[in-house]
Design a protein around this ligand. Structure first.
Ligand code: FES
Length: 322
């Protein structure tokens, strides 16, 4: 695809608009792998923030992370006219897999990209559907797609939008982080809604618990998985990552993926797709509490021995790896 333009959304997020000369099939909320510097070895997963049939361009919206090779290249070096390679669209986090007539979309930080893609699509294509969106940001300056959210809110009566800022909240924002009281107050019918969420791992873990506590059936709760790799909104809690040979202890944020933790500590690991597909980040965990979102390339024996795909393994406690 050819880069048409690059638009700065917030101080650290840019949207890259791409011209696709062929038909590109995707569902709202899905992501694509992007080749960084045209390297087959360096692929990064980004949500398609555009909506099929709605958007003039295919877009990805990328937060520039200080140590992020892919995000720095895409946001600081790529220029209009340049060609980018994108994979076919993939991922299960899409409203196409979660049909409902009432949604609650919960987003935090850069996790708003699939939420915008799905909300835009639902409002235009499913006028009978009610969509409630609660978008959490650090400050009002961090609202990605601020103008479009305002326009959608003004144009569609079946959208209810709530913006929440942790600090510097202006009058149109609620202040603070999402709580049980907030949810009960602004979404009293949450139990009858299909809930979809995307954001940093600690955020998604917290809102999942809140949603389940407020009566949302587990089968009506959906969350994106891979964003935890890229988002740096973690809440500051850390865990110990110990390597067995040689014996050495490192630190990583609770809720980070094993891949993020290893890369952050400069431990050797291969990663291509970063989405639990290629299998090249296979690593063995000897002890600790973790959850996995993909074991696609692993055998039952390997899983029983503690092998995980590091990109798809979220760390919940101190862990020891082989
Ligand atoms: S990097 Fe491909 S499965 Fe983890």
């Amino acid at each position: 695809m050819q880069v048409h333009s690059i638009h700065q959304e917030t101080p650290d997020v840019w949207t890259i608009s791409l011209i696709c000369h062929d038909f590109y099939r995707y569902h709202p909320g899905q992501y694509a792998l992007v080749s960084i510097r045209d390297s087959e070895e360096t692929l990064r997963a980004y949500t398609l923030s555009s909506s099929p049939g709605q958007s003039k361009f295919i877009t990805i919206s990328v937060r520039c992370l200080p140590d992020g090779e892919g995000s720095r290249w895409l946001t600081q070096e790529v220029h209009p006219g340049q060609q980018l390679w994108l994979s076919d669209a993939q991922g299960e986090f899409t409203c196409a897999n979660a049909p409902a007539d009432r949604y609650l979309m919960l987003a935090a930080g850069c996790g708003v990209t699939p939420i915008m893609s799905m909300t835009r699509w639902l409002l235009a294509n499913r006028p009978e559907v009610h969509v409630q969106v609660i978008f959490n940001v650090r400050t009002p300056r961090d609202v990605i797609f601020a103008n479009e959210w305002r326009d959608l809110d003004a144009s569609y009566s079946q959208l209810k939008l709530t913006l929440m800022a942790e600090s510097d909240a202006s009058p149109e924002f609620l202040t603070g982080r999402i709580t049980r009281e907030t949810l009960e107050q602004i979404c009293p019918d949450i139990a009858s809604r299909t809930v979809m969420t995307c954001g940093p791992a600690p955020y998604m873990k917290a809102v999942k618990q809140l949603a389940l506590d407020l009566g949302v059936p587990a089968q009506n709760f959906y969350q994106e998985q891979f964003q935890v790799v890229a988002d740096n909104d973690a809440d500051g809690a850390t865990l110990k990552l110990t390597t067995n040979t040689p014996l050495h202890t490192y630190h990583a944020p609770v809720g980070a993926t094993l891949l993020f933790a290893m890369e952050q500590n400069k431990l050797p690991i291969q990663a291509a797709c970063r989405a639990g597909v290629c299998g090249c980040c296979k690593t063995r965990i000897l002890s600790g509490d973790y959850t996995t979102s993909s074991t696609m390339t692993l055998t039952p024996d390997e899983i029983a021995q503690g092998y995980v795909l590091a990109c798809s393994c979220q760390l919940n406690s101190d862990v020891v790896i082989a």
